[in-house]
Write a protein that binds this ligand. Sequence first.
Ligand SMILES: [Zn+2]
Ligand SMILES: [Zn+2]
Length: 268
Amino acid sequence: MAYLLARVENFPRFDGESLTAKPVMGYGQSGKPPHEVHNFSLSSDGFIYGYLPKEGGGDLARLGGHRGATEVSGVTVIFISSGALCGYYRNATVFSIPVRHPDGLMAGESEIYCRVRVAPEDAYLIPADRRDYVMQPKPAGMFPVLYGENGSPWVKWFENLATVSRQNIVNERKRRKWTKAVERSSKSREKALTKYGFKCECCGASYKDHVRAAMFEVHHKVPYSENFEARPLRVSDLAVLCANCHRMIHRMPDLADVKALKDYLVSD
Ligand SMILES: [Zn+2]
Ligand SMILES: [Zn+2]
């Protein structure tokens, strides 16, 4: 099996504030979602696209690819942030040349290109409060990516973690299923509409008549990378949105950030 380990805090495109001028890509700035949000967001084609540091990851021969291969599948990609495991993909496809993000995501003026594609059921995220699995052994020096050789000590470290820490690892497909169930439940609808009224939190549309009230939906602001299964549902996790805004927010990298969508819609 092929392994690739990438340091997410070293993504050159997301390093500086100059690259995050547009609100939708305002990550890396204080209070904004961290890099891994990109790497665990579902795109409109049903896949998750991840980014690898520009300097590495494209040597497909080291991932078991044939000469001249443009992609290799079946790769385990491990993301390390601040020295600790923050998430991983199984069965990922790695491209030799970055592909365009299907939703045309931008970082400032630059288009975002992706090097890895994975199905949501094969994407695993460590909740932010559990990112204390420090990489062992600590690699010498700086590196953008590492290729796993058979028996690499860090591959052993990772596989051991993935086995013993299952309950602390969030599977993206499970998380999305759970969100859908919350949004469709009549109980959360009643809760949210009672608290926030028939008004879209994003565009401000507001109607009370029986016919137009049907446009309002409940959105579950999934606290990104929290351990959702251990968390009771709170009305503050819910938002009332019109059907249009609701559809749009599910294409945003951070589902919890209604304001980011609002800013995005007025940005151009
Ligand atoms: Zn709206
Ligand atoms: Zn929603």
